[in-house]
Design a protein around this ligand. Sequence first.
Ligand SMILES: NC(=O)c1ccc[n+]([C@@H]2O[C@H](COP(=O)([O-])OP(=O)(O)OC[C@H]3O[C@@H](n4cnc5c(N)ncnc54)[C@H](O)[C@@H]3O)[C@@H](O)[C@H]2O)c1
Length: 111
Amino acid sequence: MSIKTVGVIGAGTMGAGIALVCARKGHQVMLLDANQAVLDKALVYLESILTKDVEKNKISEQEMKETLELVQLVSEMEQLADCDIVIEAVPERLDLKKSIFSQLSGICRED
Ligand SMILES: NC(=O)c1ccc[n+]([C@@H]2O[C@H](COP(=O)([O-])OP(=O)(O)OC[C@H]3O[C@@H](n4cnc5c(N)ncnc54)[C@H](O)[C@@H]3O)[C@@H](O)[C@H]2O)c1
């Protein structure tokens, strides 16, 4: 199965890092968090890491721009409906994780 779009639930420490790895590999990323301030912070984080990559001549400014454009910040689970894969990165609480996967099963495609 080819993975074009990756959903990431939780934009904290892990989620922001996962989103960056996926976007660097050319995947479209839908980064979701319940907290808008966390999403804003995640974007600042992505920009800061990619800016360092540009400064170290690892990537061009154009590549930085293209990588950032791959990341879409979202706040509703329904927006993940077309993702080819969804990665969960919410806090380590079983009830929360169960709830996330229960909601996803009603949103994501069968595959
Ligand atoms: N941080 C680490 O070094 C590390 C290492 C290995 C594994 N983990 C695991 O990764 C997972 C995430 O950890 P983290 O450190 O990134 O946590 P974090 O607290 O930094 O981020 C979790 C994010 O999930 C968001 N969130 C909570 N409920 C949500 C919901 N219903 N819908 C959308 N977003 C929601 C929170 O707003 C928060 O921004 C945990 O299971 C943790 O155990 C973390």
